[in-house]
Design a binder for this molecule. Structure first.
Ligand code: 2AM
Length: 490
């Protein structure tokens, strides 16, 4: 056979896979396409792929035989068993140094495992986050590749060519080793949950609180999209709210208020709990979806439980402007929390994350893309060691400016009885984070009282009886023993 022509292979011809192939072909790459159900290969070759630099493969052997070395094969198949199944099928046909890239929504521990398994056998595994949906895959997704570092020089050009661009810079860079690429994608999705929840709470306040119609709220979002909140999710919310059904009524209000989820937000929240990081906004976003899902129970509760009824008084435009500030401040908190989680994961898993690079990867192409992420990129470029986004003058000033409106909006929501868990937890986090003293002193006393869990003394009160840096147990009641229990710092 003559020299193989394929630059890259792709397995999985669902819409994302097809679009990514077309995107790569548009950039001058020859792509070899394969799918478990081979009829989809034939259909693709006869239609979308016709006349393009795309080779249809009807078997794994054909796929492999058509690829230049080192072979680069992207899997875009259902996360889970399908990925392992294809890796098992591919390996007997590959040679050492060949690269397998999982571009699906895999959970990062699976990518850690696959990375190790393939490394042992001499293959290079890459787990890459791909975000941007079907449209992003076709015109430029956000790509978050991580895995075997030797793979990156062979992927850099193609990945950065097909990725979205922000001010000419590709929204794709090497994330780090092992499952770090899928980790960053997971946090991206968690933040996406948070952004969406914040938007839904703002919508609820405008609808049930102020009494605006869906189409009127669309106009509010249209205006917000020209300011600090300029982002893909605000933009699509504008469009969703102005989409009227055939009867002229907004379609959105006909949709069942029961949220679905695929689990990536939950993974982020669980990981935050595992790492002991207060990523409260994503947690609330997941719980809010859970609460929405028990629709029948809520219907029953709505007939039994009482609360205030929103009664709007005052200046509508002023409320809308204050709400915009509240949303902005809450969003800053969410991203600050997300980067706190990434910082902790870097320490825990030994991944040397580049925060400016991560913010740039999210700046374009993906679902959370926004002007705001450009500011985060700038902040981390100016100071790669920045401890917290909230310490950066740009964000600190934004919070200072928004703060009065933020508090007022949440106060109003509480008075109205309209739930704002994401707005509220953002503010509570902010107030907790800026408190040098929290009531955990009492908590420690309680723990020592009932369980002999011990406590530490504040330096200024250290004494012979209460020695510094020692686990102290006090016999609070005079009836307990002096033996301390073991403990851990959350
Ligand atoms: P299919 O077209 O043969 O179903 C998205 O579902 C993509 O993942 C499709 O390309 C689909 O292939 C593939 N896929 C889903 N489950 C799979 C499995 N268990 N094994 C192989 N491919 C699978």
């Amino acid at each position: 056979m003559s020299d193989p022509k394929g630059d890259i292979g792709l397995i999985g011809l669902a819409v994302m896979g097809q679009n990514l192939i077309l995107n790569a072909a548009d950039h001058g790459y020859t792509v070899v396409a394969y799918n478990r159900t081979v009829s989809k290969v034939d259909h693709f070759m006869e239609n979308e792929a016709k006349g393009k630099s795309i080779i249809g493969a009807r078997s794994i052997q054909e796929l492999v035989a058509n690829l230049k070395r080192p072979r680069r094969i992207i899997l875009l198949v259902k996360a889970g068993a399908a990925v392992d199944a294809f890796i098992d099928q591919l390996l007997p046909h590959l040679e050492k140094g060949d690269i397998i890239i999982d571009g699906g929504n895999s959970h990062f521990p699976d990518s850690n495992r696959r990375y190790e398994q393939l490394k042992e056998k001499g293959f290079l595994f890459v787990g890459s986050g791909v975000s941007g949906g079907e449209e992003g895959a076709r015109n430029g997704p956000s790509l978050m590749p991580g895995g075997h570092p030797d793979a990156w020089p062979h992927l850099k050009n193609i990945f950065q060519d097909i990725a979205a661009k922000s001010d000419g810079e590709p929204c794709c860079d090497w994330v780090g080793p092992s499952g770090s690429g899928h980790y960053v994608k997971m946090v991206h999705n968690g933040i996406e949950y948070g952004d969406m929840q914040l938007i839904c709470e703002a919508y609820d306040l405008l609808k049930r609180g102020v009494g605006l119609s869906d189409n009127e709220i669309s106009e509010v979002f249209a205006k917000w999209n020209t300011g600090v909140l300029d982002s893909y999710l605000i933009e699509i919310t504008r469009d969703v709210l102005s989409y009227n059904d055939e009867d002229g009524k907004a379609l959105v209000s006909k949709i069942m208020d029961r949220a679905g989820q695929k689990g990536t937000g939950k993974w982020t929240a669980i990981n935050a709990l595992d790492l002991g990081m207060p990523v409260t906004l994503i947690g609330e976003a997941v719980f809010s979806r859970n609460l929405s899902a028990i629709k029948e129970e809520r219907e029953r509760a709505s007939k039994i439980l009482s609360g205030p009824t929103a009664k709007f008084t005052g200046d509508k435009q002023q409320f809308i402007d204050e709400l915009e500030q509240a949303l902005y401040a809450s969003k800053i908190i969410s991203y600050a929390q997300g980067f706190m989680l990434i910082r902790e994961a870097g320490l825990e898993y030994g991944w040397d994350f580049n925060n400016a690079g991560i913010a740039l990867m999210w700046r374009g192409g993906c679902i959370i893309r926004s002007v705001f992420l450009g500011e985060i990129t700038k902040a981390y470029r100016a100071n790669p060691k920045l401890e917290n986004l909230l310490f950066e003058p740009f964000f600190k000033n934004a919070i200072d400016k928004a703060q009065a409106s933020w508090r007022k909006t949440i106060g109003t929501a509480i008075a109205w009885g309209i739930p704002t868990p994401a707005f509220s937890t953002a503010l509570s986090f902010y107030d907790g984070y800026r408190s040098a003293r929290l009531p955990a002193n009492l908590l420690q006393a309680q723990r020592d009282y009932f369980g002999a869990h011990t406590f530490r003394v504040l330096p200024e009160f250290a004494s012979k009886r209460l020695p510094l840096d020692k686990d102290i147990h006090i016999n609070w009641t005079g009836t307990g023993g002096d033996v301390a229990a073991s403990t851990y710092d959350a």
